[in-house]
Design a protein around this ligand. Structure first.
Ligand SMILES: C[S@@+](CC[C@H](N)C(=O)[O-])C[C@H]1O[C@@H](n2cnc3c(N)ncnc32)[C@H](O)[C@@H]1O
Length: 299
């Protein structure tokens, strides 16, 4: 190796922790503070790496399916934060392929800038970071009309709902969500609690304050799944095991099949009515432009 090349090659310790995978960028892991300067695993970040690897196990076969079907493999990651997920996906999957582009959507400008700089530094050219809310990204000219996969990992409150709306508009083939707590449904349950206590014994499910919060959160994810089924997605809900320290470990994976589940829309509307949540109908059954409702090719 020439001296010049040696100088430009980042230091790679001879022995790396077993968590670091073949071909993975040590420089990236250091920049994300997953590895310390001397290449050891940062104990505080071990959990984050484990979480993202675990999620990768679910995402990688879906990306491979997209690649096999010769789709452009565009991915939008909503509420990207420091973009751990986007960077690890790029490093493990996109880097060695000539296809694909990852867009990180994030409202905090400093995180967007930091991610942009890191992508440039690592020479990850097919990564872009946009300082936008999820909602604004739906109509942003900086994103393509079609996005193949949408991810949202702990995107706050209703940002997950906006990510679903984004995915519907962009005709995403796959949607991978690990929701954060959503406060809106619980707030409406709380607001109508007295009235509902007189109307239905089901209101016992959310009479106590802690139940209002937890039941609201659970109901939100139930409504999200029904909405996805109503729009032609097949939905799998599972636990993101390995997240033993996280309360928010529900993983929702939706695959576009074009087959709308027969009674999903009706069930969703019935649940909204039974629980006094009718005002949230546009949240869970958003109006879709005709173009976005048209048939898309299922993978
Ligand atoms: C809990 S962090 C999760 C970050 C990252 N996905 C992860 O798991 O490491 C949530 C991120 O979503 C961003 N965020 C919250 N609401 C948003 C919105 N409406 N649009 C875009 N980003 C949002 C926050 O600024 C924050 O960085």
């Amino acid at each position: 190796m020439s001296d010049k090349k040696k100088k430009n090659t980042p230091y790679r310790p001879a022995v790396l922790p077993p968590e670091v995978r073949e071909g993975q960028s040590v420089e990236l892991l250091k920049a994300l503070h997953i590895l310390t300067r001397d290449g050891q695993l940062n104990q505080d970040s071990r959990r984050k790496l484990k979480q993202v690897y675990h999620l990768y196990q679910f995402i990688e076969p879906l990306l491979q399916e997209l690649a096999d079907a010769a789709t452009p493999c565009t991915l939008a990651d909503h509420g990207a934060g420091k973009s751990y997920l986007g960077f690890i996906l790029y490093d493990l999957f996109f880097k060695q392929r000539e296809i694909g582009h990852i867009f990180g959507i994030e409202t905090r400008q400093e995180l967007v800038q930091r991610s942009q700089e890191l992508a440039e530094h690592l020479q990850f050219p097919r990564m872009s970071f946009l300082n936008l809310s999820v909602e604004a990204s739906i109509t942003s000219p900086d994103l393509p009309a079609q996005i193949d996969m949408v991810t949202a990992l702990h995107a706050c409150n209703t940002a997950t709902d906006d990510a679903i709306r984004f995915a519907l508009h962009k005709k995403a083939r796959f949607i991978v969500l690990v929701p954060c707590c959503q406060a809106e449904v619980a707030a409406v349950l709380r607001q109508h609690k007295n009235k509902m206590l007189g109307q239905t014994s089901l209101s016992e499910m959310w009479r106590h304050a802690i139940h209002t919060r937890e039941f609201g959160s659970h109901l939100t994810n139930v409504l999200r799944c029904l909405a996805l089924e109503a729009y032609g997605y097949q939905v799998t809900v599972t636990e993101l095991v390995g997240w033993e320290h996280s309360m928010k470990n529900e993983l929702i994976i939706a695959r576009y099949t074009g087959q709308r589940r027969g009674n999903a829309r009706q069930r969703l509307l019935a649940i909204l009515q039974e629980f006094g949540l009718e005002e949230l109908t546009p949240r869970f059954l958003p109006e879709m432009p005709a173009a976005a409702q048209g048939e898309q090719e299922a993978v």
